[in-house]
Design a protein around this ligand. Structure first.
Ligand code: FES
Length: 115
């Protein structure tokens, strides 16, 4: 399991291109791996969000879960997390998961990861 703490300073983030805007339509999600970190990026109504694809309860593939609004439910045991912040919303998980900043530069979707 990775250290989920993001750096306090934006300068300590490195932005990595993961897809073109045209490749991730509204309601779609994309699983990527950056420096060995499994990350899933979502397009929710034209806004992009990225979270770690490892549930803090038992490493379940949380990014494959059902999305309701900004809440995603881990398919393994049902813990829910806020897509925008990674905050845990219900048990059995009790620890947040990482939420990564996302930006669009030109047509490219980029995720900020600790450098
Ligand atoms: S692994 Fe996600 S709730 Fe258990």
């Amino acid at each position: 399991m990775f250290n989920y703490r993001l750096p306090d300073r934006a300068a300590d983030l490195e932005y990595v291109g993961v897809a073109q805007v045209s490749e991730l339509g509204n309601g779609q999600r994309l699983l990527v791996e950056i420096d060995g970190r499994p990350i899933v990026v979502f397009n929710v109504g034209g806004a992009y969000f990225a979270i770690g694809d490892e549930c803090s309860h038992d490493d379940g593939p949380v990014g494959e879960g059902e999305l309701e609004g900004f809440e995603i439910e881990c398919p393994r045991h049902g813990a829910r997390f806020d897509l925008r912040t990674g905050k845990v919303l219900c048990t059995p998980a009790v620890v947040d998961i990482p939420a990564y900043p996302v930006r669009v530069v030109g047509e490219e979707i980029q995720i900020g990861v600790p450098s």
